[in-house]
Design a protein. Sequence first.
Length: 526
Amino acid sequence: MKNSLVYTLLFLLSPLLTTAQSTYDVVVYGGTPGGVIAATAAAREGVRVLLIEQTRHVGGLNTSGIGTAESEHMIEETISGLPLEFYQRLGNQYGKSGPAFYFESHVAEKVMMDMLNENKVTVQYGQFVDKVQKKGAFIQAITLTNGELVRGNVFIDATYEGDLMARAGVSYTYGRENREQYGESLAGIRLIDTPIEASPYDDAGKLLPGFVERSALTEGQADKRVMNYNFRVMMSSNADRVPFPKPDTYTKGRYILLSRLLKNHPETKFRDIIDMYSWEYPKGKYETNNKQKSVISLGHFGGNVDYPDADYKKREDIYQDHKSWTQGLLYFLANDSSVPQALHDEVNQYGLTPDEFKDNGNFPPYLYVREARRMIGEYVQTQKDILQDRTKPDAVCLGSHWIDSHHVQRVAVSKTQFVNEGRIWEPISQPYEFSYRAMTPKRAECTNLLVPVCLSTSHVAFCSTRVESTWMQLGNSAGIAAAMAVRQKKAVQLIDTLTLQETLKKRGVIIKADHQVWNGMKDIKQ
């Protein structure tokens, strides 16, 4: 009771502590798709919302090259509420009567900005959280890197990295648990791929960058590594394509392993290296990605080891290193004399897409951070919550994407062989429910913060959660919950979840999975 009275008093005093121009009911940190939807959802509940975005553009990866809802590997009928409205608005942009689950980055950004503007969400660009000011477990304000103090009643961390969460003193982890910690068969180190014939050592016998020795690893063990990152480069085969640029830091030696592989397999094609999708884009426009089972692709192995807990300067260095790797890879394939002629000619049929990322040299502004920190909150969702115990008493939305982890590291098996390690590709045939508690920190640590992106899951469960359409579902529920906490002047952990669930249903959110076997075509019944 005493804690509840203190919390209510902090809510009432918060607007008096500074001017109205720097005080908001809900502050959303991170303009990712989940953040945009959270801000929009909260604003529609009638509260004053600030969205703080770290780059010059909202939309995260959906406006930086990911042009899919990932519905091809999930049950698209589980997408509901504001996320479904977003896809329907995209459909309107393309003259469709229904939702568009495949789209262009600049179109997605337009739709997101429309939603934010219509709901009077204030957006601030180019700022990072520097410090968090707390009284007990209550966040009073955050200081941004420009020195500005921003006060709010409820905060939402919707970044891919969880920086607000971490600076607020909330427990978190990153990397992979071992199999025993949560009883997960898919957890830990996974040496499941076939070894590749190519030496992982340089001519002096030193291990190439990005490699670890097989002798240091045990199947199923934990580590502090996350799946590889890459850029989602947009490519064009049209006449106005932009040639792949040579990065200022280009070094041919970075691609010695690729050179060896191409020498062993001169029949290699461009699409054997890079995943390319045309979706429903205008003709000649392609979305790209790291190819899951490819030996070498857009993923920069070893380049992200320090990223999850790095400071902003180190993160920027890692970003630039990934950019140099990516641009150098494409330049190498298009120009190096060691590349087989057929592959060289094929690569040179493509270039960068001229109508995307115009203020960034046609290169995506966001690095694809597949996973970084994960909160350890009131409840940790694991593999069991996805495949077995799929229902939750405090369910706030559904997930259904396959459990999908890209490779984590390269392993030297011998002097002449290596293997890529860490891949998970586990189909899901039935939807599962997200517990509201997976978005709330432990009450003793923070009472006015929700975390819908770096939420409380194991690595295995995160591999199903980590798609933008699911993060938007979580953001939608977080935004509505935040507005409810503001109105009720309660800690986010103390709002009535039954009332929250009823509100979510009224807003068109599907929160309950039935128990029938799904084939992706049947309707979910609430």
